[in-house]
Design a protein around this ligand. Structure first.
Ligand code: WTA
Length: 651
């Protein structure tokens, strides 16, 4: 019966208009589209005016050195001041900024006043460590309040942070520290994941063996586990930060002052340091958070269930919600610790009204079954959001029904590390939602779907997603590599930003995202490049050659499948032992556990074109057990037969 209901809902013409009550009180109405289209710069100037500026800007946008944009030129502001002090001054100091929930069940509540004090102390601590405006600080932390504090303390003193996801390896951390030349690292002994203390400090110690320029490591005690200690370099947070004054006067920085660098996978093995700056970024994250989630700061309890180590956490756990003075939930651990209802217990406990998460989580909850959320009171929820990968209509409908009680709009938000903020998304008080579609570009944003020649496709057709106009929270460059910035984003279709995603326009002109068109995989909403995993595999002494593809996966969106050719001597000795486990562990060490291949297939040859390019499309077909496409460009089509023989039965 449930199946029939679902398939009914899945009819393509299902439409979900906004609930009347929400539409009546919505922060943003349909007029915003016209207003923004008439004069996008005036629209963004109006949104920037929602922030406190110490110095007004002279120009809204300087695009004279395109594609290098400058927004709100001449304006000066302090991001932390806008996220904290300004609310305290407005009498909101007692409002809760974060309800933090540790995985073991310990909790902390931080009001805006408390967070302001803590950030001021941490800012003074960073200054005491010699950090100055412009210096980079690496942050490698679990999901604890100090992570937010450290980021805001950096913003407060104008030191760009680079937060490295705690699930990344020592090797990944080293690469990022070196790329942006960070001299100070903020970390913790560890954090709680899956019911146990998981260490972080050893990875820092290992990474720093090759980062001699890092002079200080500020360490939060979270788990109490033993840590190695380097005298003169390592300092406890509770010693240094607690000893500081809670007075710190924030300095206003130029609108284009760097705010942070977030590394993300591209099509080569080397991650790209995406640079975000101050005024435009804060303007657009604050506006989009307010508009897309229709937040009412006096009433809402908002929860982005994502890691702060990703851009979603930066924009919609830290900067957007705090700029809007909203109360948020911050949860340290995994969804099934200690039981599979943990998220729903948190929603019930804090009366969460808005929940934002990734389709991979939704599909996992679907798999666990309706009975689990049904045990909790989820009636506080009024709006749901999805991010990170295409959401299949089945998951969308389930999310709305089993979590949203068939009441809540679901906003499917398309954006990227590079865009900084939501770009294509429904507006909950305006849009009639279609399960599986992000609908249309937000007010002030211009998106198009184009063909190979860069011509807009007609409704009903697919192509490449491009953004046709600069936007305030756009990346400014790739750290240290302006040419790569131009080549990656602005060269495929000159004058337009190439997102790397395929998309289709339906008969109404609404946009459906179809996934990446480049060699970037999306595993559980995490971007991982095929070449990054390939080079990790090839760095193992057993491996001569590797080809990696993302194969469709019912839970994680894509799963990583690697085809490897072993070195001659290794292959000769082989047979007795399956090398796959060792190789998976190796990739985990090189990049991080999220990059470990789902399957590793040892093959004798790889399918290549006559020019020697690996035919990933064919490998993907094999990995997904599809009928093979045209193989005539292969140098030797028997290669495919040989590969197929090595393939285990379909999962
Ligand atoms: C994908 C995450 C479909 C897309 C915020 C994009 C999506 C990449 C959606 C960026 C969505 C993100 N529908 N696909 N709503 N949101 N993506 O940089 O392929 O980690 O290019 O940013 O995720 O991933 P990133």
């Amino acid at each position: 019966m449930a199946d029939r209901t679902l398939s009914n809902l899945l009819r393509e013409d299902r439409r979900f208009p906004p609930p009347a009550a929400l539409a009546q009180q919505a922060n943003v109405t349909a007029a915003a589209y016209d207003e923004a289209a008439a004069d996008p710069e005036a629209f963004w100037a109006a949104q920037a005016a929602r922030l406190d500026w110490a110095e007004p800007w002279t120009d809204v946008l300087d695009w004279s050195r395109a594609p290098f944009a400058r927004w709100f030129t001449g304006g000066r502001l302090n991001v932390a001041e806008n996220c904290l002090d300004r609310h305290v001054r407005a009498g909101l100091g007692d409002r809760v900024a974060f309800h933090w929930e540790g995985e073991p069940g310990d909790t902390r509540t931080l009001t805006y006043a408390e967070l302001t004090d803590e950030v001021s102390r941490a800012a003074n601590a960073l200054l005491a460590l010699g950090v100055r405006a412009g210096d980079r600080v690496a942050i490698y932390m679990p999901m604890i309040p100090e992570t937010v504090v450290a980021m805001l303390a950096c913003a407060r003193i104008g030191a760009p942070h680079t937060v490295v996801f705690g699930g990344f390896s020592a090797e990944a951390l080293r690469g990022r520290i070196q790329d942006c030349d960070a001299r100070v690292v903020v970390t913790a002994d560890g954090g709680y994941r899956k019911g146990a203390a998981s260490a972080l400090k050893p990875a820092v110690d290992e990474a720093l063996e090759q980062c001699p320029d890092v002079r200080s490591v500020l360490v939060v005690r979270r788990t109490g586990q033993d840590v190695g200690w380097t005298e003169g370099r390592d300092v406890w947070w509770h010693d240094l930060v607690a000893a500081q004054s809670a007075e710190h006067t924030p300095e206003a920085f130029d609108s284009e002052h760097p705010l942070y660098i977030m590394y993300t996978s591209g099509t080569t093995a080397r991650p790209k340091g995406i640079l975000h700056t101050t005024g435009g970024y804060l303007t657009q994250v604050a506006w989009s958070h307010w508009a897309v989630f229709d937040v009412k700061p006096e009433h809402d309890v908002y929860w982005t269930a994502a890691d702060i180590g990703w851009v979603t956490g930066h924009s919609y756990i830290v900067y957007g919600p705090l700029a809007n003075g909203v109360t948020s939930v911050l949860y340290e651990g995994t969804p099934d610790t200690p039981h599979q209802g943990r998220w729903w217990e948190i929603v019930q406990k804090y009366k969460v009204t808005i929940l934002y998460c990734a389709p991979t989580a939704i599909r996992t909850f679907m798999k666990w079954g309706d009975a689990i959320p049904a045990d909790f009171d989820l009636s506080s929820l009024r709006l749901l959001g999805s991010v990170g990968e295409p959401i299949n209509p089945e998951a969308w409908v389930w999310y709305r029904r089993a979590i949203g009680g068939d009441r809540t709009p679901v906003v499917d938000t398309w954006w990227q590390t590079e865009t900084g903020a939501h770009m294509i998304s429904p507006l909950p008080g305006v849009s009639t939602c279609k399960p599986g579609s992000a609908l249309r570009a937000l007010p002030g944003v211009s998106a198009e779907v184009v063909d190979d020649q860069g011509e807009p496709v007609p409704n009903g057709s697919g192509g490449y997603l491009v953004l046709t106009r600069p936007w305030p929270s756009m990346l400014r460059t790739i750290w240290g590599d302006e040419q790569r910035y131009v080549d990656t984003y602005w060269s495929r279709f000159p004058g337009r930003y190439f997102a790397g995603d395929g998309a289709k326009k339906d008969e109404d002109g609404d946009i459906w995202l179809l996934g990446r068109v480049d060699d970037v995989m999306n595993v559980s909403g995490h971007r991982i490049s095929t070449t990054e995993v390939e080079s990790a595999l090839v760095s193992h002494p057993l491996v001569a050659e590797a080809a990696v593809v993302g194969a469709a996966d019912p839970t994680t969106g894509q799963g990583i499948v690697a085809f490897v050719i072993l070195r001659g001597d290794a292959a000769a000795e082989g047979g007795q032992e399956d090398p796959a486990a060792g190789l998976r562990a190796h990739v985990g060490r090189e990049i991080g556990p999220i990059a470990r291949p789902r399957q590793i297939l040892v093959v004798a040859e790889l399918p290549k074109t006559r020019s020697g390019k690996i035919m990933r499309r064919l490998l993907r077909d094999i990995a997904e057990n599809r009928e093979l496409g045209d193989v005539t460009t292969l140098t030797d089509s028997s290669v495919m037969d040989a590969i197929k023989e090595r393939l285990p039965d379909a999962p």
